[in-house]
Design a protein around this ligand. Structure first.
Ligand SMILES: [Zn+2]
Ligand SMILES: [Zn+2]
Length: 298
């Protein structure tokens, strides 16, 4: 999604008349996304190889496992520091104590091996990076902030590949129909959000899962859990809140998985997954509030 379209999406939220003040969430989305844009501009995007994408598909491996992308560890550490600067400057981080703790991070503690995993297996990279960078006194809040920052950095490196793969999957029937993978076909992480998109040919609309780590959206079954893959309709359902009609939570009582889902028909603007991930924070908060203390799926 280009910046111009994203701005349209954000403006559409700001002009909504649904009784909720979206400005705080939208400011937050804008701060994160413009920080990421800044860093992405300095990164030479790795080339997307259609042949390798098809090979990965056939071998049921992720694109990154097949593609063998290399990144410069020194440049990567510098980009981590730049992303943190941008987060502070743009107001993603504003709690003075949190800012101080994050400024204390020594990016040189990230080993070359850890960094190499960022473009092979992001989940593994996140675990290793947290080990490299956490101190004994690091608390949960620190780890959450750090994880968010690291996802943004990985995304800066993988975004072009995610877009190319999304494009390929949406135009290649053969790939699209057989690629209903539970995890991201590019990087292997679990979906962060899904959407039911309007589609002239499919009357009910088609579903996609989206990966925040690399920006890939891939086709998926309408009735199926994005975490455990089960398809029993009695164990799957949507929860929504009166306060926000455009986002629902797709809940699986088999595994307890909860995936925010956007219905494109309810949006009065194009769909931008990155903005929607922030916007769906509202329905997630409402859901937690209503189920707190109740014996329901968490
Ligand atoms: Zn991915
Ligand atoms: Zn499930």
């Amino acid at each position: 999604m280009n910046k111009h379209l994203r701005q349209q999406v954000i403006n559409a939220y700001l002009s909504r008349k649904d009784g909720f003040d979206w400005s705080g969430l939208m400011r937050y989305a804008q701060a994160i996304l413009s920080s990421r844009d800044e860093i992405e501009e300095n990164i030479t995007p790795p080339e997307f190889d259609v042949g390798k994408a098809k090979q990965a598909q056939k071998e049921r491996r992720t694109y990154l496992e097949v593609a063998n992308i290399r990144i410069d560890p020194k440049e990567f550490r510098a980009n981590c520091a730049k992303m943190l600067d941008a987060y502070i400057r743009n107001g993603v981080l504003h709690d003075p104590e949190q800012v101080e703790t994050m400024k204390g991070i020594k990016w040189d503690d990230l080993t070359d091996r850890t960094i190499s995993m960022a473009v092979v297996d992001p989940d593994e990279f996140f675990s290793l990076a947290l080990l490299d960078l956490s101190k004994e006194k690091s608390d949960r809040a620190f780890k959450v902030v750090l994880a968010g920052l690291l996802i943004s950095i990985v995304r800066s490196y993988l975004n072009s590949i995610g877009q190319a793969m999304t494009e390929l999957l949406s135009h290649t029937d053969e790939v699209a129909s057989s690629n209903k993978s539970l995890t991201c076909p590019v990087c292997g992480t679990a979906a962060t959000i899904s959407a039911v998109k309007e589609n002239a040919e499919a009357r009910m609309g088609t579903k996609e899962l989206f990966c925040a780590c690399c920006g890939t959206a891939w086709p998926f079954e309408r009735v199926r859990c994005g975490f455990c893959g089960q398809t029993n309709p009695d164990k799957l359902g949507y929860l929504c809140a009166d306060e926000d009609r455009s986002h629902s939570l797709y809940v699986c009582t088999e595994c307890g998985g909860v995936l925010p889902t956007v219905f494109q028909s309810a949006l009065k603007a194009p769909l931008d997954y990155d903005v929607e991930m922030v916007a769906s924070g509202l329905v997630q908060t409402l859901y937690k509030r209503t189920t707190l203390g109740k014996d329901e799926v968490q």
